[in-house]
Design a protein around this ligand. Sequence first.
Ligand code: C2E
Ligand code: CA
Ligand code: CA
Length: 755
Amino acid sequence: MSVISSLKSSGRFEFAALIAGLLLTLSLVGTVWFYHGLKAAEMVAVERHIENLSSYVRLDILGSVNEQTLAQQRMAVRLARDGVEDEHAWRGDALLFQSHYPFYRSLAVLDADLHTRWLESTGIVPARQGRPYPIDARYRSALAGAADGDLVVTRPQRLTDGKFALDFIKPIIAEGEPVGYLAASLSVPDAIGAMVSDVFRDKLKLRVTFGDQIIYPYPFGDSVQYQWLQGFMLDVDGEVDSLSFDFAISESSRRQLESVLPPVALWGGGAMSLLLAIVAFLGLNATYQTRVLVTSNRNLEREIRERELAEQELEYLVTHDPLTGLPNRTGSTRYLERMLEDHDADGGQFALLFLDLDQFKDINDSLGHHLGDQLLCEIPRRLAGALKDRDFVGRHGGDEFLIAVTRNDHEQIEQLAANILRAFDTGFAIKDHRFFISASMGISYYPESGRTVSELIQHADAALFKAKSSGRNQFAVFTREMFSQAQHRLNLSRDIRHALDAGQFRVVYQPIVSSADLSLRGLEVLLRWEHEDGYMVPPQEFIRVAEETGVIGRLGEFAMEQALSDLAHWKKLTSAPPWLAVNISGAQVRENGFAEKLSVLLHQYRIEPALLHLEITEEILIENLTRNRRMLKKIDEIGMRIVVDDFGVGYSSLAYLKNFPISVVKIDRGFVQDLAVDHEDQAITRTICSLSADLGMLTVAEGVESRQQLELLRQFKCSYAQGFLFSRPVDASAVEAMLNERPSWQNEEPAGMST
Ligand code: C2E
Ligand code: CA
Ligand code: CA
């Protein structure tokens, strides 16, 4: 997982945001709580302030009211002492009182039955001289009860100008009896305005209510909503109801009292909270990122370590052969390259030995791959006996091994090669099997035989080829001639591939005739290569190289397909088409699914299997008995015919032939060549013919060039003949002519010769 993707993935981002959000909320709540705490504390301070101020106001008012009632008291006492007849004296008192307390609207002296006797008023008053004083009836009894001199304060009364007024009524007691009353009507708004000093009025707002009626200030129309605190009560109305004095702090003094702390705390706290949240978010994210980075780094390191291990493992696999544990072709090349680099000329002679087991294939095929594998594992051990520790052994592939050594001189190296070959003499014992196998070797010297590893290998291989073709179980040292031969083979194989693609190959057909009536019975398919330089490359030359280099498979397929398609055409021209005798090389026989492939082709060209004869040499047949028998059986079951080609040159044992499903024996040209003169060849040919007949096989004599040869073959009861006497190999159009008309060789046939 990459760093970027892991950062993006998962809810970590959201988690950090959540935590940051939570912190923000918490600290905001804290801030608000703190703000409210500060506010509450401030409120308490304000309240205390109001309380303090209001108690001053209360003292002011009460003091003033006391003073007034005392003045009224004195007036009442004087009236009682002087008698209530001296109007003039009283008016003097009243005017003096009013000049002191201008907020009293009227002063009146009432009869005992509460009629207004004398009235001194300054404005709007309901009282009239000689009339009953406007006072609620319920105060009468209170006043009667107040005869002992108690003051009665009436409830506030709204007068015509809208202001509320209070009446202070004081009995005038003479000789224990009330002779009248002193009534003073006070305008509440004016009184309070006068009584509360200016200092307080600025700082405080005062409201006086009676029940739910606001009686001060007048008019009451302030739009500001104050928080009113009750300051004190003043009993009026005979102690039934009271005036409530409420206070609030004025806007200006509230502003003075308000501290900057709460808003600072609020805004500061808010900002801090936001900052905190951002820091937390960034911090958390950063921690995550580091953690993710750390884990991804750790993962990366582990991945690198694993990859290194895997690379080492891969390197080992790539450079080593799993079976023997030896360096394989790649590993050997790398190792040898290093050896060459480190090699200094004074260190001695460096040589590369290319070793190949002789006929390992046979062991593999006959005894099974498992045993073959075990044998291959034995080889390094066997080599080790002849080698030194510092010598190198690698497996080049299959049954080929590379050995690199440094010795004093050529002689020592060739001695070593001989020792290695001798090491194989003792034979091998593997799983109850005991068998002998030899090896062949090619040697190349550095720097004479090559300057690079690939040159040295290539040239050791060329020398190996020489050792093999000179009879195996030996070694050969690379020479310049081998180089040109090898070069030639290499060029040729490259040319063959090119020629195949360029269509330079074609097939020709050589008739095979019945020796009895010379009628055309079969056609041997022979490859021709017309080189682009214009000359014909003989099959002996290119077939061998094609076999060595593996291109024979493609060549064989080409010849087979070409011939089958020609035959498919000829089949339409005649009711008795000739068979095709196709030469098959060892490489083709060894190929897996060879028989099946042919079967498919036959089907494709709609050709009866019996019309296809496969010419296989003795050598190839016996090369791998077990395997070949299985394959030949398959071919036979399909219905194709098997021909033993060039019979007589190799093992020449007819005895084993009976173990194979062989239909035709083709007597080698070598026996036919001198048949007319060589009695031995005659004997051999006769024997082959009669024995074959006994075994139920037909015979073909190849290379028949003369009439004498043909005559003898007829005597020997040889079934068919092939040779220049009848026809050279010809192309498809010539074959078509032979099918249409009686072939020329039949025309020349003397009448007496036909049977
Ligand atoms: P082979 O199978 O023995 O083919 C017969 C060879 O004898 C042919 O040579 C043919 O031209 C030659 N021959 C036939 N009659 C006479 C005669 O009266 N006198 C003389 N002196 N020679 C005669 P060719 O075509 O040069 O082929 C040579 C060899 O090349 C063949 O020997 C065969 O082994 C191989 N060959 C040719 N075509 C193929 C092919 O398609 N596949 C394989 N695997 N081998 C092929
Ligand atoms: Ca042949
Ligand atoms: Ca032949």
